[in-house]
Design a binder for this molecule. Sequence first.
Ligand SMILES: Cc1ncc(COP(=O)(O)O)c(C=O)c1O
Length: 469
Amino acid sequence: MSSSLLAVWVAMTHTRHAVAPATSSSRSAVPTSGALNPQMAAAAEQAARTTPTPFYLTSEAEIAAAAAHLEAAFPDPWVRSYSLKADPLPAIVSLFNDRGWGANCVSLGEINAARHAGMPNAWITLEGIGKGPEEFDAAIAAASTGAPFRWVAIESLDEARALAAAVQKYLTPLSTPLRVLLRLNPSIEPGTHAGLAVGRGSSKFGSDLAEITAAARLIAADGAGIELIGIHLHAGSQLRDLKEWETAVERSLAAYAGLVSEGLITEATHQKHGTLCVGGGEPVALDGSDDPAAQARAFRAAADAAWSGAAGPVPLVRAIEPGRALVATGTYLIARVLHIRERAEVVSGPLALPGALASNCERQVILDAGMGELIRPVLYGARHPVLPISSRDGSTRLSAVHGPICESTDALGAHQLPEGIARGDLLAITGAGAYADAMWSPYNGRPRPARLLLGVSGELSELRVRGLI
Ligand SMILES: Cc1ncc(COP(=O)(O)O)c(C=O)c1O
């Protein structure tokens, strides 16, 4: 791993902070999600002595635990790839490389990050709606040297046409075929936030059956060194409706069978490389209410049900490509309090306390971290519990927590925070491992935060230094 070591051993003697119950008004009794675990709290305090806040602090043990749940539910020969879009930091990707996971990439930048993490081409998959000439070139160059990517997933008929043309224009004949999947839009209701429901028929992602068939015919007629091996699916993120997901997998299997029976996936390819990648989307509840092991097993059971109910030829290679479920909970955004303002604020909607329509906050707390480092509350109304690290006393007050950006939407919602919290106190924003640093913005001239890792043996290391602006 390309990390510079701070070589700090973290004391494990911190006591758990007692956090009083969260409320929908300042005095009702909805529990908070608790306190930061003592080892992470100690690591955060230790790191904050030398690293300016905000910074991201990742627990290697928590990432390992999340990966282990999915590995147990989807053991070999399932192909497991980590979706870099959740967090492409090479040091994080290398944790998955070490465990035998591949890399699911959507851009040349992510391909480079995967390579920095030591991923061989054979473990890299390329997909995404934004592939352009650079991504095509990378895939074609890999195939021309005899070390192709595991596959490239094609979004549309137009993209199939463009890829075929790019292969034909390439000067050197490919020494191995460029293996492709076609991405199916399963046309389901994924049961998630509208912004994450990519499996809806009206979304911009994937092709319907007619378009899949047209793209497959184009590839078969082209004969330009592209080999169609199967179907790619990603029904959405934070998927809560497993029945809908099972339907999406069933439709993918039906699409696959149709391609085999039309000869658009050849019998030889079907026998050797036939593939269905079912994507990612396993949800994460940041209040700890999920059982990730049981959830992974439930996804597996739904996939098995679809496979066993399928009529016609089924693909032998089965693949998953989760992002969030692997990394979301293992990273904390460590921030400091900048201001406390005694101003009442009603926080309503998804950023209110869990289960409340609105939360009557007694004061406002402004942090030095917000939408620049974690845009999910603004993008999706995602509520990330904010936990005290250095609590002053046992009593708490319901506080409207805000970020430092000159936008009033830069808010983290209603949280119970220690009564005596003051400027300079440290807090941990939980669930900052997925789609947080990956979506970082320098708006307002703010430098990219440092990345730190608490290793499994308690060692703290710096994965990325704080940036300049
Ligand atoms: C095609 C594809 N695969 C995998 C993922 C990872 O999804 P998640 O982080 O929800 O597991 C995404 C997320 O957008 C995606 O678009």
